[in-house]
Write a protein that binds this ligand. Sequence first.
Ligand code: PLP
Length: 431
Amino acid sequence: MEYQNTLAFAQQLDELDGLKYLRDKFLIPQHNGSDAIYLCGNSLGLQPKAARGELQKQLDAWQCRAVEGWFEGDDPWLGYQKQLKKPLSVILGAREAEVSVMNSLTVNLHLLMISFYQPKDKRYKILMEGKAFPSDQYAIESQVRLHGLAPDDVIVEVFPRDGEYTLRTEDILQKINDLGDELALVLFGGVNYYTGQLFDIAAITQASHTVGAMVGVDLAHAAGNVPLQLHDWGVDFACWCSYKYLNSGPGGISGIFVHQKYHNDTSLKRLSGWWGYERATQFEMKKGFVPEVGADGWQVSTSPILLMALNKAALGVFEDTGGIRYLREKSVRLTGYMEFLINQINQQWGEVWLKIITPTDPEQRGCQLSIICKQYGKKIFDHLAANGIIGDWREPDVIRLSPVPLYNTFTDVYHTGRVLQEALLLVNEVK
Ligand SMILES: *Cc1c(COP(=O)(O)O)cnc(C)c1O
């Protein structure tokens, strides 16, 4: 698409946008009495207007029915989780039985590693992306120690080549091959939180399986952001959080994916609880754990209905989009527009002031662009904030800006470009 750096052009794209009605389904934060430009959906997605109503419904059910709410009403709590599977399975490219909603993300990562990281003899290594999200690093370290092994012997990280910021798929695949029969598990983010790089999950999965390793994916920055085909790719397990691109509120409920091929595998170890018990007989309260077939067999505790109500409201918005592919089309154009505007600014300055470290290829990114400023990064970021443009700052020097197709507009992106340009003039004046 040929972009133009004018307000009229951005407004025209907004008018032609077939998904523009979706923005009205969200509550937009305010800045000086008007809508802020919210580009931080990578960290905390905005509140869907439907969230309050869904929450209220369950508060009312609790008030009116109390304990009977588990069994009575339109939406009995006992089966409440089941209705979240369908919209999630569409977003993830999964079968409904492969999806279960529970706990929070890092907790789920632990539960899944208990099942899928089983070091044996010389096959004990774990491959992950360098600079993965810290919580994932800590979780993996501690799982390794749980097996009496030393993290330094076990964990192998792949880093970008010298002078590069993101990973080349060929280097990841090479590493997998090199590790060969020493490799027990490959655990990658779907989209790296820092650089915004979307990894080729299909290729990574295929290469890992070829050498006999398991594959797990942390989809925190991928779920609701990029198209996924977990089932067809053959990913062994995955987990995500719902408060980023899935807009389900701070600390919102997480979920897991366990591939169908394990649904009747009783050899997998797991940390069990009564909520993962075979549904038909759960309340017979018998001795001896019998797992429910499918991802639900990994459930541990009573469903947190209030968090699930928020997840339900937010997933409802995705169901209204007519398909994740339409969202993706808009996302590619929206992020492409931001990239175009930033490149224009660099051209005007005759040097790269705002270096985008996220891959240029839309197939290798979601909506986030990560930008390293030549100088004065924090000042530039503060100027955005002072103008009601909310992104985030990640130490040591990255500004992350994520135009989200559900609620951001081309006009939002245009104004961001304008304010960035202004910020450069400002920091260069005070030099
Ligand atoms: C956001 C994020 C987390 C956060 O985990 P919580 O358990 O929800 O605090 C973990 N991993 C990745 C990759 C993330 O992006």
